[in-house]
Design a protein around this ligand. Structure first.
Ligand SMILES: Nc1ncnc2c1ncn2[C@@H]1O[C@H](COP(=O)(O)OP(=O)(O)OP(=O)(O)O)[C@@H](O)[C@H]1O
Length: 312
């Protein structure tokens, strides 16, 4: 798949001297859902803001759908829709007027059929004459998306799209995003909810301290970095691991009532039966056995933690 956005050696130093982005290289593929993850202050908003032309880069180059975002700003910007975290509209203005106005900002000729489609797709058509201040929180979120889609962008940025929304609306938003992708829009979202990235993204990028530390397909990320955990609940608590099992990587938890064994997802399972055999020989009885695969959240925390150790 070809790149619709390419970021090369991007740097940003804010006027106070703080370097928020360091040599960022990134390609977003046409038609994908890309999730950008990172802890607070990692540089997500700075990166998005540069691509959307709201912040000036200090060095490097960004191309959006074939246009340089600095030299060819207007053309690049017209390809991009941005759904920010906060709704900025005139509170008395009606929904439909707000969306028309957004389209006008990009110098696009009026297109009532498109505006109607966007409002219908987002279940806002019945509210088209409602002043924006009378919308519920969920409807305001939908309106932000409608505004961002008003000028028919090929690329849509969603900055923390579901922060603070209830579970039902989050599911609705996810469906909307999938629907948009099916219509050919490339989606880039930042999120603190790792569950959201796990559910939605084709690829995931992790940014920390202004550097991209990893970009990978979600599936291969879960496969290569994922771990499994075997948890045994013992009939009698252990004070310590018997010497006969000292060479295993078993860990005692829950005041001696649980034994935990962690292993790579791609490891074969032969040594698990080995291990269970050795427990039997050591006279350790268990009454329950559970396995769990690490979530994207475990992987993310692990990655960021490891990177912090390396930079320390
Ligand atoms: N205008 C600015 N002037 C100086 N420093 C800034 C400015 N904007 C952001 N920063 C700093 O740059 C770093 C990256 O901020 P940014 O908002 O891009 O992070 P983020 O990953 O989006 O964080 P969050 O998840 O908290 O929104 C932070 O340390 C922030 O304090």
């Amino acid at each position: 798949m070809s790149a619709i956005i390419s970021v090369e050696q991007l740097e940003k130093t804010y006027s106070g001297g703080f370097q928020a982005l360091k040599q960022v290289d990134l390609e977003i593929r046409a038609g994908e859902i890309f999730a950008l993850l990172g802890p607070n202050g990692a540089g997500k908003t700075t990166l998005i803001s540069i691509i959307c032309g709201l912040v000036t880069p200090s060095a490097g180059r960004v191309m959006a759908d074939g246009h340089d975002i600095v030299r060819d700003f207007r053309a690049a910007r017209s390809k991009i829709g941005l759904v920010p975290q906060e709704l900025a509209t005139n509170a008395f203005e009606q929904v439909i007027a707000t969306v028309r106005f957004s389209r006008g900002l990009f110098g696009k000729p009026p297109n009532e059929a498109h505006i109607e489609k966007v409002l219908r797709d987002l279940s806002l058509w019945d509210k088209r004459h409602t002043p924006t201040m009378e919308l519920s929180g969920g409807m305001k979120r939908r309106l932000m998306i409608a505004k961002a889609l008003s000028h028919e962008p090929r690329i849509l940025f969603l900055d923390e799209p579901t922060a603070g929304v209830d579970v039902e609306l989050r599911r609705d938003m996810w469906n909307m995003v999938r629907h948009l992708r099916e219509s050919g829009v490339t989606i880039i979202l930042t999120t603190h909810y790792i569950e959201e990235a796990e559910e939605m993204a084709d690829r995931i990028g992790v940014i920390n301290h202004g550097r991209i530390i990893l970009v990978d397909d979600k599936a291969s990320l879960m496969k290569t970095l994922g771990r499994k955990e075997l948890r045994l609940t013992l009939q009698e608590p252990l004070q310590a691991l018997p010497d006969a099992l000292a060479d295993t990587e078993l860990e005692l938890a829950d005041e001696g009532y649980q034994l935990i064994y962690r292993f790579d997802v791609q490891d074969d399972h032969a040594h698990i039966s080995d291990l269970l055999g050795r427990l039997g020989e050591a006279g350790i009885q268990y009454r329950d056995l559970q396995t769990r695969e690490s979530s994207l959240e475990d992987i993310f925390v692990d990655l960021v933690h490891r990177e912090q150790e390396v930079s320390a």
